[in-house]
Design a protein around this ligand. Structure first.
Ligand code: URA
Length: 279
């Protein structure tokens, strides 16, 4: 199971060894990022020395510019040509928001169920991945991108991007739940305690939960610790400063606009050596 958002490196109980959520090791064999000489060698099935010769001969362009820099990094977004032949077409960077309806999987493919990608009609949709997930029954704001550095900066557990959820429960929420959420819940089998979370009780069976992490079924499991309270619904209304717009109906998506992208520009980029190599 892919748990880029649900995984955690923080171990407040055991102090166990953190592991990088993204690494070349996690995604073995994925091509990016690649040095230009390796990219050319691979695509033309030639040796690295022969690739360097093509570079030295001035046959190579990256993003429309001639280059002889063998060590230049190539991403999936760059057009690369050799002697006028396009080895890789350019790919636009995509940053989309989706209003996820219930009963749709937060995945890009699934043999049985409809996925969020089935809701997106875009010529480059196959390049997208999810920047965080919601359970199948959950609704609300979901971000998708083909820029792994961007989504990594949003979803790495250490980044603590705030997320806000509205929940409805099957029973009244006890007032002491507020302190329990703030203290954190131990999950000994995972060797963790959840980070302090804010619970605002809005009505006996309705609350807002604000988290700084995104573990597997986290909110469900936290409520369940309160005498087995179950959720009737869970809706994500906000990620960082980005709210799900009122005019985006369930099942609909749109690109983030420049102002929305600027919200996230402040997030430090993850170093490329721990970046999601789908980049
Ligand atoms: N916590 C959950 O339990 N489910 C979600 O979909 C999101 C957070």
């Amino acid at each position: 199971m892919h748990r880029q958002d649900a995984d955690a490196t923080v171990t407040r109980i055991t102090g166990g060894t953190p592991r990088p959520p993204f690494s070349r090791f996690t995604f073995p064999g994925h091509p990016f990022p690649l040095k230009l000489e390796d990219f050319i060698a691979k695509r033309l099935s030639i040796g690295r020395r022969a690739a360097r010769a093509r570079l030295l001969a001035g046959e190579v362009t990256v993003a429309g510019e001639s280059t002889g820099d063998a060590r230049r990094e190539v991403t999936r977004f760059d057009e690369v040509t050799v002697s006028g032949e396009i080895l890789q077409p350019s790919l636009p960077r995509l940053y989309l928001m989706l209003h996820k309806p219930a009963d749709i999987l937060s995945a890009t493919t699934d043999p049985l169920h409809r996925t969020v990608l089935d809701l997106i009609d875009h010529p480059h949709k196959s390049s997208l991945h999810l920047a965080g997930r919601l359970d199948r029954a959950s609704t609300g704001l979901l971000l998708l991108s083909n820029d792994g550095l961007w989504s990594g900066a949003l979803t790495l557990p250490g980044r603590k991007v705030e997320k806000s959820y509205l929940v409805e429960t099957d029973r009244p929420i006890p007032p002491e739940a507020v302190a329990r959420f703030a203290e954190g819940f131990p999950f000994p089998s995972e060797g963790i305690v959840t980070l302090p979370a804010r619970l605002e009780i809005l009505a006996p069976e309705r609350a807002r939960v604000i988290l700084h992490e995104g573990r597997y079924h986290q909110i469900k499991r936290m409520f369940h610790r309160l005498d087995g309270i179950r959720l009737r619904s869970l809706h994500r209304e906000r990620i960082g400063p980005l709210r799900l717009p009122d005019d985006l109906p369930p099942g609909h998506w749109r690109p983030l606009d420049a102002a929305e992208l600027a919200y996230f520009a402040e997030l430090p980029r993850i170093p490329s050596e721990v970046a999601d190599p789908r980049n």
